[in-house]
Design a protein around this ligand. Structure first.
Ligand code: TF8
Length: 335
């Protein structure tokens, strides 16, 4: 009898030891909503993230991506996360400033000079600080992915200098900082959800929009635009947001796997988007758009004239937040 008990215990131990990890994972279907299309590098990032999750969860954690705003726009999907009816969204930070005003810090014109600066800020202490503010609003940011540096396209005329913005009907994101930046440039800025931009350009309800080359390519805005200017006037991060009420109901192992795999996905997405950037510009050119750039002097002039936007929005973003990012950038730039 004793021997039998011992054997049973040994078997129980053996079984317990053989399948430790998988027991901590439940079958989960994680819906991830996207405003952009599947051929955007976010698609590559999600594939890499899924491969990582397969590995860690033995196939239990499954991402199902929805594209082209099929589950609603950035803001709508984010609200669905907060109320716990949808798991995840890859969204720009910009449409969320109504919820979290301090996120507006990323919308300040000409804040980052290059990818390296953006990565250092997002992946460092400043990014963590913003993540805490997101959590207070029921949103867990698993990682900062890249939307990227934004450029202006339009159907009216070449834009080479400050004066050329005058009177252009430009769609901007639903975000006061972008609205002011373009009003300050003399444009006629109109806030609009991303999902409406293509048809608004097509019907000439608006003349212009601004987005990274890769989005202008994968959302086919080049079909309804004639001019493009490398303005690099702002850098937008993508947030890989998870519903906090749903995240909190997951096991610690599931939570860790999601956080770690979102970073794997981030690295892949950033790699692919940076490779694609110039190729997208070539494609836009091949589609017949006239490509313009700002001279360094003009870039500096526009930058200088845009600084009023910092002062105007500092209080609403939070002076501490603006000062923190500027201090971080000084350090990164070795100043
Ligand atoms: C915009 C943004 C969008 C993205 C996309 C919907 O212009 O840059 O392209 O947030 O995921 O609204």
């Amino acid at each position: 009898m004793r021997k039998l008990l011992l054997t049973t215990t040994a078997i129980a131990f053996a079984v317990g030891a053989a399948a430790p990890a998988m027991a901590e994972f439940n079958s989960r279907n994680i819906r991830v909503s996207n405003g952009i299309n599947q051929d955007h590098p976010v698609g590559n990032g999600i594939k890499a993230m899924q491969a990582c999750l397969d590995d860690k969860s033995g196939g239990k954690l499954k991402l199902t991506a929805f594209w082209g705003g099929a589950l609603g726009g950035d803001l709508q999907a984010t609200q669905a996360l907060r109320s716990g009816v949808q798991e995840a969204v890859v969204t720009s930070s910009s449409p969320l400033v109504g919820l979290i005003p301090s996120l507006g810090v990323f919308d300040l014109p000409f804040l980052f000079a290059n990818d390296k600066e953006a990565d250092a800020v997002m992946d460092g202490a400043f990014g963590d600080m913003m993540n805490k503010k997101l959590e207070e609003q029921g949103l867990v940011n698993l990682a900062y992915w890249e939307n990227g540096f934004r450029n202006l396209s339009n159907s009216k005329h070449a834009v080479n200098k400050w004066e050329d913005f005058s009177g252009l009907k430009v769609r901007v994101m639903q975000n006061n900082i972008f609205l002011d930046t373009f009003q300050n440039l003399g444009a006629n800025a109109t806030p609009m959800a991303f999902g409406e931009v293509f048809s608004a350009l097509e019907t000439n309800a608006i003349d212009a929009q601004e987005n990274p080359y890769v989005t202008i390519d994968t959302s086919k805005f080049y079909e309804v635009q004639k001019y493009i200017t490398e303005t690099n006037h702002a850098y937008t991060p993508f947030l890989f947001l998870f519903s906090k009420p749903i995240f909190d109901s997951y096991t610690p192992e599931e939570q860790t796997a999601l956080r770690e795999c979102a970073v794997i996905g981030r690295d892949e997405e950033r790699k692919v988007i940076r490779e694609l950037n110039q190729k997208s510009l070539e494609k836009i050119k091949a589609a017949g758009l006239e490509v313009n750039s700002l001279s360094p002097e003009e870039q500096a002039r526009i930058r200088e004239k845009s600084m009023v936007v910092y002062e105007k929005h500092k209080a609403e973003i939070g002076a501490d937040v603006v000062d923190a990012v500027l201090a971080d950038l000084k350090k990164i730039r070795g100043q």
